[in-house]
Each structure stands twice: as C-alpha cells, then as structure tokens.
Design a protein around this ligand. Structure first.
Ligand SMILES: Cc1cc2nc3c(=O)[nH]c(=O)nc-3n(C[C@H](O)[C@H](O)[C@H](O)COP(=O)(O)OP(=O)(O)OC[C@H]3O[C@@H](n4cnc5c(N)ncnc54)[C@H](O)[C@@H]3O)c2cc1C
Length: 557
C-alpha cells in the first residue's frame, strides 16, 4: 500500500539519511533512539519544537510499575483491565506489567532520579484505579521533567543519534513495495536544511504524542496536535479507539474563556488524601464508588460534570488544606507554584477544578512489537494504540507504555537488522507525487475546531451534539477546498499544516464517537447511558476512503 493523501506542501529541497528515523522526542521517541543505537543502527530524532516540549516533561504523578513489596504484575494487570472497561488487549497489558518493572530500572540506569526514602527504597504513591501504592515519582510532582532531563542528556551524549529540532514532519514516504522508506518534513532552520526536505530511512517510528489540542481546554502542550495519527491515516494505516479520550477530572479552572494548555492538579494530590467537594463543601464522591476520590478517572470526571450541572456551577473544588504548608511545598512543589501563579493558595483555600482533555487512549494501531499496518512504520507512546488502555487509561500507565513498547520496537528493529531484513529503501518518488494533496485550512481554523469539539464531543456526548460538531468540521473542510478552487489556498506553513492535522483527527474522532452508541470507559453518551457488551465490546478501526474521508468499521467479534 502506498500513501494515498499528503499535506499540500512544496517539493522537498534537500535530503538526509538515517537507518531509523524517529518522529518525536518524548519518553517514547528518545527511548527508541537510545535502544536502536545498541543494535548498531544510526538513529535520527526529528522533533517539532525543542527536545523537551512534548507531554512527557509535564507528567506529574509518576510512572506505574509493580515495584513495591507485596505488589505483583498480576495485580497491576487486574487494575489495568478494570479501567479499560472490557476493551484492553490482555496480552498487551501482560507485556506492559511484566516488562514494566525492569524497564523502570533501566530508565534509572539511564540516569533518571526517583524519590526515595531514607533507606534508599523508591517511594511509591497511589493514584485513581490502583489498589496498591505503585506509582514511582521524581522531584515530588515533577516526574516527567526528570525523565525528560535524563533521556535528553543521554541522547545528546550519543554521537550516533542525530537530532533535528524545530522540524515538523509532514508525511510518510514509501518504496515501490509500500514499505516505509522515510518522510517529508519542514525544518524551521537556516542553512542547508531549511524548509521542506526529505529523510530517507530503513524504518520510521512515530512517537508524536497525543492530540489534546483538538479540544479547547486540555492539559497537553501546544505541540500535541495529533500529527502522527493524521500522517498514519494519510499513509493508509489503521487507527483505532479514537473515541476514547480521557478527560482529567482535576484541571485548574482558569475561568470560562480559558483556552489551550491548562495546569493539571495531579491525581496524586487525591492519592495523598485531598477531597473533592462541591460548592456547599460536600464530599460528593463518597458513596459513588468504593474508591471515592480515587475511582477511575472517567467516573470522577463524570461525577464532577454531573455535579457542576446540578449546581449550575462552573467548577468543583479540591480541598488539600489539611496537608499543611510543609507537605505542599515538599510533595507537590510544581502544583503549589502553578496554583499560586494563578492567585490560588492551596494551603489556605480549596482549588477550583474542572475536567479537561488529557489523554488519547486510542491511536495508530500496533501489534506488541509496535508495528503498524504499514510495513516498516512503527508507532510508540501516546500516538500508538497498543491495546493496553482499552476504553480508558489507568493513571500513570502511559509513561510506562512509552518505555516498554519503545524497547520492544528497538528489539524488533535489531532482530530484523541481524536477519538482513532491514535493507536500505528507495523512495517511490512517482507514488509520493501521485498522492492527493489535502487542502489546508487557514490557521484560525484551529480555535474553531477546538470550540466545536469541546462543545459537541467533550465529556458529554450525544448524537445531536456530535452531528453539530461534524457539520461544523465539514464546513471548514469545504471552505479549504473552495479556497483552492478559487486559487486562494492557505499558505503551506506550520500553523496551516497543524490545522489540517487537527481537522482530520477531529473528524475521525467524531465519526467514531458518533458510531459507538453506548457508554464505556471515557466515552460517555448521554443518549446511550449503558455499556452494551453485546454490540460494542469491540474496537472501531478507522481508515481513510479514496476521497480522504475517515471511515470507522467495527472489528469482527
Ligand atoms: C499535564 C500532564 C500530566 C501527565 N501526567 C502523567 C503521569 O503522571 N504519568 C503518566 O504515565 N502519564 C502522564 N501523562 C501522560 C504522559 O505524559 C504522556 O502520555 C507521555 O509523556 C507521552 O509520551 P510520548 O513520548 O508518546 O509523547 P510526548 O512526550 O508528547 O512527545 C511527543 C513528541 O512528538 C513531537 N511531535 C509531535 N508532532 C510532530 C511532528 N509533526 N513532527 C515532529 N515532531 C512532532 C513533539 O514535539 C514531542 O517532542 C501526563 C500528561 C500531561 C499532559
């Protein structure tokens, strides 16, 4: 299969080569790069902004692994399967939880410093849905920043890894057999590698992170625009579970008009005993779930949203005043600073919180070696759907997924390399030119897409709300086509390429969410409030039609 659609862009003006090109520099991408090096392969990491600008460095709570006394991978598996609400791939989860503890130890070997007690044992906390303390953390609530620091230092020290920052990857290139052979990208640089170019490689790994920016309010940074999922769809790859977007229940509420990335108040704050209270100071999670405030995220997000509606409020409160000043400063320094920067002191006042888009449980479908349905194209981390999260991710399983499956991708590439199954590839230039160019929406479309998505396809969804969103998205696409017909197309540049990716991902997400007529995990339909195992205990697989429209097909049962 070759790439059927591509973003409208100038032809590549320069070419570079690598054995393996990795797109993205979060926990997933950097772990792949470090590990393929061990197999003697040359890696190139291409990343949209600076190396540390993905979600990884924002992760607060920690990384889940059965490291504690009495804990076992089997118990971690059980908690993960419960959160995934019947849609986890049990084999993938087993791989995650059994390989996880050693993967964390290897991360420590790379240089990541986790918080430890006086005896030197790794400190473990609890988060929603976990029946044990199994979340390792660093710098109190700065786990992702520490992981990112350690991995960035390691890749910078490895002369066999080439790093290209400020480079937006556009589309996949394939050879005559349809095997991944490289990619096109736009480098915002100077000198020889400026503007649109091509990287030729024996294999391509997508590690582009999430898609939170399709919604108005999200915890994800500005780079999380779903580019990897959009690229994979245009390349003919199968994408799955897009409708399962996790909304984090406790995001600092910054006012009714706040847009873009919003500060997270980690689940670990509830894990340490903070209470969710309503406008009357009532702990409304007690009696709703055996774990109360530590119920799985979808349950807490729904309960908050319901209470907000019942009370006609704009937010709920998270009360951690009983921690005292010292614990706030020591255990949650990042959250304390971010609340205070917005005029709230959690030591003396409850924190206003509301749900916001946080994590994409779905993504580019892979097997347990990270292989997508396009030969030679791998996906890893939040952009991928390995099957471990099902209909809802268990807290702190995502950093672990990035680590474990990155190592597995590197192992698969190493094995192929040893077997002579990773030859140099020749790009099929004619096929690349024949791919249909996707018209670009104007950069202002980003805000409109976000508004449409939050209004109709957010925490609360119904057929009517999603039909409105789908109509609005279709109008943006039609206008982009009309502007091309009128010879007034939007300029190809970062903002318009990102808008095109957001539009494609949003359209695919709404199509899948509208089709899934049930409530399951983090997909909550007001018009179908029950889980319907008879019809829907299965995945929706999304691909592009010949005309470039996403279509979702239920997997055979
Ligand atoms: C606020 C917050 C808190 C979180 N807390 C936790 C937690 O406590 N525990 C946990 O397990 N998970 C947590 N998560 C989720 C976790 O951080 C992410 O799922 C994980 O870090 C994703 O890693 P990644 O490597 O897949 O992607 P990212 O770290 O997001 O990296 C993606 C990379 O791809 C690059 N990129 C994107 N598009 C392109 C393109 N077109 N061209 C080139 N480069 C591109 C980006 O610039 C970036 O470098 C949290 C997430 C957020 C936002």
């Amino acid at each position: 299969m070759s790439v059927t659609h591509r973003l409208t862009a100038p032809a590549p003006g320069w070419t570079a080569t690598a054995d393996v090109v990795v797109v993205g520099s979060g926990v997933a991408g950097l772990t792949v790069a470090l590990n393929v090096r061990k197999a003697g392969l040359r890696a190139m990491v291409v990343t949209k902004a600076m190396l540390d600008e993905g979600s990884t460095r924002w992760a607060q709570g920690g990384i889940a692994a059965a490291l504690g006394e009495g804990d076992t991978p089997e118990q971690h598996l059980d908690d993960t399967l419960v959160a995934g609400a019947g849609l986890c791939d049990e084999d993938a989860v087993r791989t995650l939880v059994t390989e996880g503890p050693d993967a964390v130890r290897r991360l420590i070997g790379v240089g990541a410093l986790f918080d430890r007690d006086e005896a030197g044992e790794i400190l473990l906390t609890r988060e929603g849905g976990h029946h044990r303390r199994r979340i390792a953390h660093a710098g109190g609530d700065a786990t992702g920043a520490e992981i990112s620091r350690a991995l960035v230092a390691a890749v910078r020290n490895d002369p066999g890894i080439e790093l290209i920052e400020h480079a937006l990857v556009l589309d996949l290139l394939t050879d005559a057999e349809g095997h991944a052979a490289g990619l096109t990208l736009h480098v915002m640089g100077e000198g020889q590698r400026d503007g649109v170019g091509a990287v030729r490689a024996r294999a391509v790994v997508l590690a582009t992170g999430g898609m939170g920016q399709v919604f108005s309010a999200t915890t994800n940074p500005a780079v999380s625009t779903g580019d990897g999922v959009a690229l994979a769809l245009r390349a003919g790859a199968a994408v799955t579970d897009l409708e399962f977007v996790q909304f984090h229940p406790t995001v600092l509420w910054l006012g009714p008009d706040a847009e873009g990335q919003q500060p997270l108040v980690s689940e670990a704050v509830r894990g340490e005993g903070a209470h969710l209270v309503d406008a009357d100071g009532v702990r409304f999670m007690v009696g709703q779930h055996e774990l109360a405030e530590l119920a799985p995220r979808d349950i807490v997000a729904k309960a908050i949203t319901r209470r907000i509606q019942e009370q006609g409020a704009e937010h709920m409160f998270l009360d951690g005043r009983h921690f005292g000043a010292e614990m706030w400063a020591h255990r949650f320094p990042t959250i304390l600073a971010s609340c205070r920067a917005h005029g709230i002191d959690p030591v003396t006042a409850p924190i206003p919180v509301a749900p916001a888009a946080h994590y994409a449980s779905g993504g580019v479908r892979t097997d347990r070696h990270g292989r997508t349905s396009v030969p030679g194209l791998y996906a890893c981390g939040e952009v991928a759907c390995t099957g471990v999260h099902g209909a809802n991710r268990l807290a702190s399983n995502s950093l672990l997924e990035g680590l474990v499956f990155a190592e597995r991708i590197a192992a698969d590439l190493a094995k192929r390399h040893r077997a002579g199954d990773l030859p140099e590839r020749t790009v099929d230039v004619a096929a690349a030119r024949a791919a249909q160019p996707v018209p670009l929406p104007p950069s202002e479309a980003r805000a409109e897409i976000q508004r449409l998505m939050s209004r109709g396809a957010g925490v609360l969804r119904s057929a009517a709300s999603m039909a409105d969103t789908a109509t609005g998205l279709a109008l943006i696409a039609e206008q982009a086509y009309a502007h091309v017909a009128e010879e007034k197309p939007a300029d190809p540049r970062v903002e318009t390429w990102e808008a095109a990716n957001l539009l494609l991902v949003a359209t695919a997400l709404v199509a899948a969410a509208a089709q899934r007529e049930e409530t399951r995990g983090c997909h909550w339909r007001e018009d179908f409030p029950e889980r319907d195992d008879a019809h829907w205990r299965r995945h929706l697989i999304t691909t592009l039609t010949a005309s470039g429209d996403p279509v979702s097909t239920p997997e055979e049962q």
